[in-house]
Design a protein around this ligand. Structure first.
Ligand code: DC
Length: 225
């Protein structure tokens, strides 16, 4: 493949964007960037510095201290914050909440979009996030908006936690999913929305292999065709 490709995968949290993006990366042999990890690293930084997450100006003022680096170790994405590998530390619930707050701040979004475009410069990539098709790569060759009902996304999260031995309350998880959807869809800067030219993949009742099949058809039509 000679032409550089950019593929944008967007959608609400828990919709299975990363599975879809990883299938794209493997099938097309291109780089995968999980952009949510970058917002999470910023959230972790603000938590560690004790920045008031309700204060947009305080978050913006702290941004110059954020030294973010994304590296690939054995093909796996690792996120470094001020030189420390925080790939595991960014997965906690407190960091999820912080990421959700910082991602509403214009200065944060501008810095992340710049960094994401830098990573993509001169190479083919598939990125997943909330604003890839609308803001980061409005000219992406293929845009997919992945979604599922809030109930099924909450059920998947519930099952995931259960498998890890961390039983949660389904109602609480569902409430959380709905809350995060609301924040993502209603923030002022780059709210989550399907780009007009994005394909909709509602995987509420689909298995992974059905999604693979669906993706294959899209690759044949748009990327390889
Ligand atoms: O996909 P995730 O749950 O790891 O994302 C963490 C947070 O970052 C989530 O609240 C949405 C936000 N985010 C964003 O606003 N834009 C992106 N491109 C990626 C994530």
């Amino acid at each position: 493949m000679n032409k550089l490709l950019s593929i944008a995968i967007d959608g609400p949290s828990g919709a299975g964007k990363s599975s879809v993006a990883q299938i794209c990366a493997r099938e097309l042999k291109i780089l995968y960037l999980d952009t949510g990890a970058m917002y999470r690293a910023v959230g972790l930084y603000m938590l560690r510095k004790g920045v008031d997450l309700e204060e947009e100006a305080a978050i913006s003022a702290a941004m110059p201290g954020v030294e973010l680096d994304v590296k690939y170790v054995d093909g796996e994405q690792r996120v470094f914050l001020c030189g420390e590998d925080v790939s595991c530390a960014i997965r906690g619930e407190d960091v999820s909440r912080a990421a959700s707050k910082v991602s509403c701040v214009r200065a944060v979004r501008e810095a992340m979009v710049r960094a994401q475009r830098d990573i993509a410069r001169g190479r083919s990539v598939v990125m997943d996030g909330r604003d890839i098709g609308t803001t980061v790569f409005p000219d992406a060759e293929l845009k997919i908006f992945v979604t599922a009902t809030p109930e099924i996304r909450a059920q998947r999260r519930f099952d995931e936690l259960k498998a890890k031995g961390q039983e949660g309350s389904f109602e609480e998880i569902l409430e959380n999913v709905k809350q995060r959807d609301y924040i993502d869809q209603n923030r002022e800067v780059s709210p989550l929305r399907k780009a007009d030219d994005a394909l909709l993949l509602d995987n509420t009742t689909m298995t992974i292999s059905q999604q693979k099949e669906w993706l294959q058809k899209q690759f044949d039509k748009t990327v390889k065709g």
